[in-house]
Write a protein that binds this ligand. Structure first.
Ligand code: NAD
Ligand code: MG
Length: 392
């Protein structure tokens, strides 16, 4: 029985992880569920899965959750710090980090330090502090199991292989809803259009990141740290059908790929129950539904975010943290109609030039770097907002 804490249980990954837990109720026991502010769904999940503890980080919702669960023995906690404590519980074997953004960093560190394995969906943690996280996991003897479909694919392809025999990896990208479009088209797109991903239904932040190709940029950085590769060993290839989830090319020129329907329940199950592959009732692939698989080069001119992400990781140090913070601010501003689609890249690029480069930040430095980058990016949003409103 794997005893699991899910951080971000009410989101896209969190709810799909609970579907996996429902499917394998004899193998998975839910110990902790957390959410930012969706109290109703959290209560419903808690009443079904009866975890030991739930956390609602939004403090104004605490009383409501507490009262709704008063007839049970479930402990109810609130506040962001509660996440750092709750992952240490003695009864937990594994923590699934399914929350969004920089907020995932501290609880992940806390989980590793408590000796817990991490099923990592929250890619931003590795983007910001991948080197620290991987060496911490090494130091505490814990495993980081990828949930991201591309990284799960690489992880599965590497099973039984040695890292030394890897020549390079190909991360596949769907290309998002604006594949094949140019910058003049992107200048006028709305958030409704950007939120329509062709193949995946996901949370809002990652859906916008997929439309801008920032998601692939973050995944390049995530892959570098997870698999200890150089950036030159990671190539992005656009594959619009999202059936090949990624590939490894070995020193002898042989390629191994992992394929499957675009269904996050599969990589979630692989991470939670690794190395087992228990049977499930999820839909199976049918070749006749996909008679053609195709491939293209990514367009780095139009989708500047992917180029910026490569640039950030090539520089290293605090740059990926700055890129991530500025991106989080820019995506939030785009989602609240304050700026246009292309302004997101402009804000990220400018923020990266405005903060002095630090080669080796410590883990604690990242909190202040993140804060500073958010402040600068927010000021840039305010400036661009005025121009954007006039142009609109
Ligand atoms: P989502 O927005 O659907 O859900 C996020 C969850 O985290 C919710 O439960 C929310 O309450 C909680 N949360 C959000 N901000 C928080 C904060 N500051 N503090 C505490 N809790 C917070 O997001 P998602 O699409 O499920 O994505 C989760 C993570 O998984 C992201 O890092 C994303 O990049 C990654 N991921 C998602 C998918 C996918 O298919 N959705 C695929 C690969 C990777
Ligand atoms: Mg992915």
């Amino acid at each position: 029985m794997k005893r699991i804490a899910i951080l971000g249980a009410t989101g896209s990954i969190g709810t799909q992880a609970l579907e996996v837990a429902r499917e394998h109720s004899s193998l998975v026991k839910i110990e902790v569920l957390t959410a930012a502010n969706n109290a109703e769904l959290l209560i419903k999940q808690a009443l079904e899965f009866l975890p030991k503890t739930v956390v609602i980080t939004e403090e104004s919702k605490y009383q409501h959750v507490k009262e709704a669960l008063s007839a049970t023995t479930i402990e109810v906690l609130t506040g962001c710090n509660a996440l750092n404590d709750v992952v240490k519980g003695a009864s937990i074997d594994m923590v699934l980090t399914a929350l969004v953004g920089f907020a995932g960093l501290e609880p992940t560190v806390s989980a590793i330090q408590a000796g817990k394995d991490v099923a990592l969906a929250n890619k931003e943690t590795l983007v910001v502090a991948g080197e620290h996280i991987m060496s911490l996991a090494n130091q505490y003897g814990t495993k980081i199991l990828p949930v991201d479909s591309e990284h799960s694919a690489i992880f599965q392809c590497l099973s039984g292989e040695s890292l030394a025999s890897v020549e390079k990896i190909y991360l596949t990208a769907s290309g998002g809803p604006f594949r094949g479009k140019d910058r003049s088209f992107l200048a006028h797109i709305t958030k409704r259009e950007a939120l329509k991903h062709p193949n995946w239904i996901m949370g809002q932040k990652i859906t916008i990141d997929s439309a801008s190709l920032m998601n692939k940029g973050l995944e390049v950085i995530e892959a570098k740290w997870l698999f200890n590769l150089s950036i030159e060993q990671i190539e992005v290839i656009v594959h619009p059908q999202s059936i090949i989830h990624s590939l490894v090319q070995f020193n002898d020129g042989s390629l191994k790929a992992q394929l499957g329907l675009p269904d996050m329940k599969l990589p979630i199950q692989y991470a939670l129950l690794h190395p087992g592959r228990p049977t499930n009732s999820f839909q199976r692939f049918d070749f006749m539904d996909y008679p053609q698989l195709s491939f293209e080069k990514p367009d780095l001119e139009t989708f500047a975010n992917l180029r910026l992400a490569y640039h950030a990781i090539q520089q290293g140090g605090n740059m990926p943290c700055i890129l991530n913070a500025a991106n989080e601010v820019a995506v939030a501003a785009f989602l609240s109609d304050e700026i246009g689609f292309l302004e997101m890249s402009a804000i990220i690029e400018e923020t990266m030039t405005l903060i002095p480069f630090i080669l080796s930040p410590s883990l604690v430095d990242y909190v202040s770097i993140d804060r500073e980058a958010r402040k600068i990016a927010s000021d840039l949003v305010t400036k661009k907002k005025k121009v954007y409103q006039i142009e609109k």
